[in-house]
Design a protein around this ligand. Sequence first.
Ligand SMILES: CC(C)(COP(=O)(O)OP(=O)(O)OC[C@H]1O[C@@H](n2cnc3c(N)ncnc32)[C@H](O)[C@@H]1OP(=O)(O)O)[C@@H](O)C(=O)NCCC(=O)NCCS
Length: 95
Amino acid sequence: MAQTAILQPTEAMLWKLYVRSVWRNKGLGRRMIEETIRRLPPGVAVLRTEYYAANERAGMFYRKLGFVFDFIEEPSYQGQKVRSAYLRLALPSDR
Ligand SMILES: CC(C)(COP(=O)(O)OP(=O)(O)OC[C@H]1O[C@@H](n2cnc3c(N)ncnc32)[C@H](O)[C@@H]1OP(=O)(O)O)[C@@H](O)C(=O)NCCC(=O)NCCS
């Protein structure tokens, strides 16, 4: 499962990338990111994503795919502060 939104003509956001546990570490997450990028409108030059900062496995996965750290945000959710890490991936112009 993966969800994307076009934020502005040059930027898109990826949320909720999820591979069922029995299918993990078989290349599906990488393929979903590649397919997401392939489906983006041509003018999109940056793909952003966000994950709970405590989810170190997600952070390692995204970094392996070339995403770089952008910023940390700590919004409140149901009275609790949630630490979210935002990453970005520059997309090649000839994709
Ligand atoms: C994060 C997630 C989507 C990765 O999907 P996946 O199908 O297991 O990942 P892949 O098998 O495609 O791995 C792609 C690359 O990342 C690397 N990687 C994957 N998980 C990793 C981890 N925990 N630590 C380090 N590297 C990791 C793989 O080694 C692979 O590298 P390679 O292609 O050079 O061999 C999956 O683990 C998942 O659904 N997790 C729970 C939900 C989640 O955390 N989503 C993301 C935040 S919303």
